[in-house]
Ligand binder design. Structure first.
Ligand SMILES: NC(=O)c1ccc[n+]([C@@H]2O[C@H](COP(=O)([O-])OP(=O)(O)OC[C@H]3O[C@@H](n4cnc5c(N)ncnc54)[C@H](OP(=O)(O)O)[C@@H]3O)[C@@H](O)[C@H]2O)c1
Length: 299
């Protein structure tokens, strides 16, 4: 499977990761087809758009990357949890039905389905390679259900990758952009003890890694989509403060985070020392393997 004769369908092409993926895929020679719930004016990077609804049209799509997902960095109310679930487990189920509706010879050959390192729960200093089992907690359970839904697509024929993304660093969106303001105001600081491991990845490497995985028939199943050197939260904070030339001496105690953010605080305090062994062994070279290199580019 490669870009020379293929159409890449991107569910969630309008999002932070989807926009970068569409840009890189088009530059590499893919025909790109974005799926969105809204009929939208064409993005220059995505000449083709189709509507995402209960029966999306996958005809002619040779590979799919599913990046749908309501952001979880908001209050985990019952209503929001329904959105988190519907946009991940529900969307992947809709994708499965759309794949099943196509004759076997016309189905996409590959699916990269988003998941997240949140699947590992809170694992201290344990090194988590791609085949590490899921952990405990709300996010771990949500990601596990998301991956089970993706496994149901593998049964229909496509090679399926369950992409366990770390915290995505990029200037145009995601958690990183939201982190910058407090740091610029000198209010940056560690979360809780700061001992927890944060797997992170530069958005350019994330998109490039997904395109690499589509081309590599040996890659399948769970893949850690995070840089080779995760950082402890306190080190991440210190390095970001240094890159911004701002002090990062504040600390948000766990109890304060819980009061301010509710259950979402558990995601900021969880430790996931994830290592992208499968990507590295398949020959993928990170452009930003260290946080210093990523921050140099971003700040
Ligand atoms: N950014 C991170 O740090 C990070 C970390 C770990 C995992 N991830 C996962 O990676 C994926 C992409 O993240 P992102 O930062 O690019 O997210 P984003 O900017 O919020 O974009 C999410 C996309 O999902 C689509 N979407 C949301 N709800 C949907 C629904 N119910 N049905 C169909 N489409 C829906 C939206 O498309 P339309 O509105 O156009 O329909 C949007 O383009 C998500 O699954 C996220 O959970 C991200």
């Amino acid at each position: 499977m490669d870009e020379s004769n293929g159409t890449l369908g991107i569910v969630g092409a309008s999002g932070f990761v989807g926009r970068e993926l569409a840009r890189q895929a088009a530059a590499a020679g893919w025909r790109v087809c974005g799926f969105s719930r809204r009929a939208r004016s064409p993005d220059p990077a995505v000449p083709g758009w189709r509507l995402w609804n209960e029966s999306p049209d996958l005809r002619g799509i040779s590979a799919v990357v599913n990046l749908a997902g309501e952001p979880v960095d908001q209050r985990w109310t019952a209503a929001n949890k329904r959105k988190f679930h519907a946009s991940r487990v529900g969307v992947t189920g809709t994708l499965a039905r759309a794949v099943a509706d196509l004759p076997a010879g016309q189905r996409p050959a590959v699916l990269v389905n988003a998941s997240a390192v949140g699947i590992y729960g809170d694992r201290g200093d344990t090194i988590l390679e791609d085949d590490a089992p899921p952990g405990l907690g709300y996010l771990a359970d949500l990601c596990r259900q998301w991956e089970v839904a993706a496994d149901e697509i593998a049964v229909l024929g496509p090679r399926v990758l369950k992409w366990r993304t770390g915290i995505v660093l990029g200037a145009e969106g995601g958690a990183f952009r939201r982190m910058l303001l407090p740091f610029r105001l000198g209010l940056g600081g560690r979360f809780g003890s700061g001992e927890q491991w944060m797997p992170w990845i530069h958005v350019e490497d994330l998109a490039a890694g997904m395109l690499h995985a589509i081309r590599h028939p040996d890659l399948a199943g769970p893949v850690n989509g995070s840089a080779p050197e995760p950082e402890r939260n306190a080190d991440f904070t210190r390095k970001l403060g240094k890159a911004l030339r701002r002090p990062a001496v504040m600390a948000a105690p766990a109890a304060v985070l819980k009061l301010a953010l509710g259950d979402f605080a558990s995601a900021l305090l969880a430790s996931q020392r994830a290592i992208p062994r499968a990507l590295l062994e398949s020959g993928f070279r990170f452009r930003y393997p260290t946080l210093e290199l990523a921050l140099d580019e971003l700040v």
